[in-house]
Each structure stands twice: as structure tokens, then as C-alpha cells.
Design a protein around this ligand. Sequence first.
Ligand SMILES: [Zn+2]
Length: 312
Amino acid sequence: MALTLNAGTRLLVVAPHPDDESIATGELIQQVRLAGGEVQILLLTNGDNNPWPQRWMERRIRIGVDERRRWGERRRAEVAEALGKLGVDAASLRPQGWPDMGVTTRLREAMDDSVAVILDRLDDFQPTVLALPALGDHHPDHGAAHVLTRLAVARWQHEPPRMLSYLVHGHDTGATGRVKLDSSVGLHANKMAALACHRSQMALSGKRMRRLADRAERYQWTRGVPPVTDSAVLPWQPSPLLQGWLHLTLADGQGVRQWSWREAPLAQDGQGRHVLHGLDATIEGPRFVKLHMNLPSPWIFDRWGWCELQCG
Ligand SMILES: [Zn+2]
């Protein structure tokens, strides 16, 4: 499928953090503007939970609530400046101020309110194209943002927008449904100029960020899959040694449910795969499961993360 952009295109970018809009969609945004279309950015967090760059830039060790809030405001201002380089007015930025590294907690504890925020944006802006984080992104805020966005689209009573998933952290594994955006020297230069506006991040991580932004922009077409029946195969085979620490979170149109691995309604099939049973087959729309370990860890990235449940 080709991506056609014209004056009727309305692109909504769901960005969990300041800088995702430039790294992942900096050229797509410009192409939509050049075609005469409109762009809005739904910025979920201000990226305020970012202590190491802040310590470095501000020469301070202790970071309290006020410092953290101020850092978030600084990063939000950087996005507004970056959007200017991409041809988008600062008024198109819609920041939500959710806690950075807290999108999964919001999903678990306030799913309906969080979906309603995205639904409001869909109602207000009426996007025809939606760029959203990939479900398989290893950053937990990105995977959770995908789930919330998909649930909002499923609930929206309009023609669903074309959905393009973008991956920032992790490896691209999907072989089908890829869209690679045509680039040009000018578009790429503007994108790198937008990236450079994120001075708070470039100071410590400039090399990594430039490497991420230097790749050709790629997206995965994302479509709803047929709803599951009353059971679904999970893609994971966690070691029995870990199973005492593991948890499953199910998110769908009905809400959120959580189990420890041992209490979850799981059974193994003839091939040794773990099958989740007892699903309500009358629920429409996509359904997602996350496998995670609830141990405190300095490693922020997801080891297993989310999957979308499929039939069969
Ligand atoms: Zn991000």
C-alpha cells in the first residue's frame, strides 16, 4: 500500500516524549505540510523523568519535584521549537503532561480516562493518518501508548485513520506492511535541524540521537486483526525459573486485567505453547497482553513487552 499525501491529509502524531516527533516522524511531518495537509502532535509526557542529562546540564545532583517540572517545561519548549523547523506551528502541539515513564501505570490505573484523552483528540482533529509508536518498541511508554491509541481508534465512531507505527527503541522485525518514506537532502537537513533543538538531550546523547534520526523513516501499516475467540496463543516461552516473578496484563475494550503468571488462566497446547483461556469472545476491537516482571530494576526497557492477541 502506498501512502498518498495531499491537501486533505490530516496527520496526528502520538509522541510519548519530546524528541520522538523529530526522530521518528520529522520527514513525514514535512511531507504532509508540503502537500498542503495539517499536522498535530499529541505529546503524552514532557520527558521530565530524565535525571542524568538534567544533572549534567544543570550541574546538580539532587532533582526534586520542582526541578523535574522545570525540566519538563524546558523539553516541551524544545519540541515547539523543533516543530518550527518542520513547518508546524507551535499551536499544533497538544501536550498532556502525563508522567514520563508512567504511561504503563496510567494504562493500568486510569485506562478509560487515558483512552478518552486520545478519543477527544481524534474527535477534534479528525485525522486521516495516525503515526503511533510501535507495539514492539522496547520503551514501556511507547508500547503502552500504542495500546491506548489503538483502543481509542477502535472506540471512535468514524472512518478509522490509516495507522503507521514507528519504532524508536529496538529492532525492526516485521517483514510485511512496511512503508519507507522517500527522502531528500532538504527534508533530511530540516529534520536534523529539528533534532538539534532538543539541546537538553543532545548534550549527553547526541551521537545516539543522530544515529536514530539518520535512518530512513520507516513505518509499519497497522490494521486491526480479527477479534480473538475465547483463547489465544502467547508468543513467549519464559524460563520456569522466572515464572514466580512474572505477571500478565490484558488490555482490551473491556478494561485491564492482571494476573501473576501462576494464577493466569494459562494452559500449554500440544506444541508446548502457552495459551491464555477464558477470554470474553463478545468483546470487539484489539486485545493486547503484556508479559512483565515486577522487580525494581535500573533497566527501564521491556524484556518481553506487549503482543496483540490473534485468532487461532
Ligand atoms: Zn520516546
